[in-house]
Design a protein around this ligand. Sequence first.
Ligand code: ZN
Length: 158
Amino acid sequence: MTHPEPQLASIYQDVILDHYRKPRNKGELPNASVEVHMLNPSCGDEVLLQLKLADDRVEDAKFVGQGCSISMASLSMMTGLLKGASIGEARGLVERMKAMMHGDADAAKDRTLGNLRALAGVSQFPVRIKCALLGFNALEEALAKSSNSDQNVDSRNE
Ligand code: ZN
């Protein structure tokens, strides 16, 4: 079963296809601090997200996987934004992206989302939202895993 590609404005379509055809940060990350495998069965998207964390920052982020243009472009753009981000900024990215996918117009204009804003139109296609959020669900789990391995497990309440 395949879903039709959402009809997004062409300028956005170009950004998405560029990242899909020439994914950034794709490949294995040696010495990753944390990794998460995530599936989106409704579309067949699959990813292994790997992060290298140091001093409360994301030193490097890479992924391997396969899937539709939206899931892979989202991962390519997300990993680019993650490099050098603090853990707090990475958490913020997850929250803003989820808000944008739920139709939040302010989030869709948030410059911290960078090129990910090209995916804003996906929020109109509920079946594809999971594609756009695949990498972010993996990121959220990776951040949770890494904070659980620290001592300060007590802290955040989502
Ligand atoms: Zn997909």
